[in-house]
Design a protein around this ligand. Structure first.
Ligand SMILES: [Zn+2]
Length: 348
């Protein structure tokens, strides 16, 4: 019996491998994909038919913010795009995509409901694309979108001139698009940056597009996050076979970016917990916080920006049990990562 079971297991194993290998197996003995040097708004082909666009961003200069990064994947008959960005930037990206392929843009993934990842939806819909998002992301766009959109329209002409377009296709934990040339898997791994985050994994090329669930720099808005779950989500991502991480903001990087991102949340939580145990106020904890490695990574101190100071407050409230994570996302997210308005983000 045991033998028969073993043989059967091997046969099933080989069959599974054969199916998997037919489309997903990377070229034998391949070197890891190189990571291109990139300047703002550059587009580089990371792997055959997979393009990355590096959006301008600065943690300290609010005038430098071109929304989210983008990845687009050219399938046999159509194009799949990761993230919708703001309307103005979406139009810029559409133009860039058209320089790389004549195929129609069929699907756009909103990695989450924030404006710099979802407010360009109407622009993509006009191109004929359908918008995909996880169910919680679609729900947040529906429930909190109109108010956040109206708020954003006060400062952005492109938002005033466009309209809030909701999601066409939703999924629970997984959604796959595959043909004989490309394969992308959208996964909601849990509550990280928001409750609806989706990452996009390209198994054939070992590329993971993380949205804001992993960023490369001091670009973490934690106001809608669950920092404990976020750490687990990063650990889940680390189990994937990865050559390149394409973050939602910042330059593409190797897999160890996941470790840096995780270390920030781990050490932040540990420092805040220690401060709470010592009966320190959140201001005292913030003043004392110093992670030299973080500055080395991001170029700015760990509590240099308003957003990072607010991150300390968020974790402080989380650890005191004052945050109902299931209700997060109701306030507008910051449109500009280094804006002074961030001090007013309540996180609920
Ligand atoms: Zn975001």
């Amino acid at each position: 019996m045991l033998q028969r079971f073993t043989v059967l297991t091997i046969v099933i194993g080989i069959m599974t491998w054969a199916v998997f290998a037919s489309t997903d197996r990377p070229t034998e003995n391949r070197m890891p994909l190189p990571i291109p040097e990139m300047q703002f708004n550059d587009v580089k082909e990371l792997a055959p038919g997979v393009f990355f666009r590096y959006a301008s961003i600065s943690a300290t200069d609010p005038s430098i913010f071109g929304g989210s990064n983008h990845v687009w994947i050219v399938f046999k008959e159509f194009v799949v795009v990761i993230d919708a960005n703001f309307p103005k930037e979406a139009a810029d990206v559409v133009a860039d995509i058209k320089k790389t392929t004549k195929k129609p843009i069929k699907y756009v993934l909103d990695t989450h409901h924030h404006g710099d990842h979802a407010y360009g939806n109407a622009v993509w819909a006009k191109e004929g694309a359908q918008i995909i998002a996880s169910k919680p992301a679609a729900r947040l766009l529906k429930t909190t979108g109109p108010q956040a959109w109206a708020e954003a329209a006060k400062t952005r002409k492109d938002i005033r001139d466009s309209e809030l377009k909701h999601v066409d296709i939703t999924f629970d934990d997984k959604y796959e698009i595959q043909d004989e040339t490309q394969h992308v898997i959208f996964l909601n791994l849990g509550h990280s940056h928001t409750i609806g985050d989706a990452v996009a994994y390209l198994p054939k090329h070992k590329i993971l597009c993380t949205g804001d669930a992993c960023v490369n720099g001091a670009f973490n808005f934690m106001g809608h996050s669950n920092s404990a779950e976020w750490i687990k989500c990063l650990e889940a991502m680390a189990k994937f076979d990865i050559d390149i991480i394409c973050p939602g903001h910042g330059k593409p990087a190797r897999k160890d970016l996941l470790d840096r991102q995780k270390r920030y949340f781990q050490e932040l939580r540990a420092a805040v917990a220690q401060g709470i145990a010592a009966k320190q106020s959140v201001d005292e904890i913030t003043r004392q916080l110093d992670f030299p490695w973080y500055k080395q990574w991001t170029g700015v101190g760990v509590v240099e920006t308003e957003m990072n100071k607010n991150n300390v407050k968020h974790v402080y409230e989380e650890l005191l049990g004052k945050i109902d994570h299931s209700r997060l996302g109701g306030t507008p997210a910051p449109l500009n990562l280094s804006s002074g308005r961030l001090t007013t983000v309540a996180g609920r």
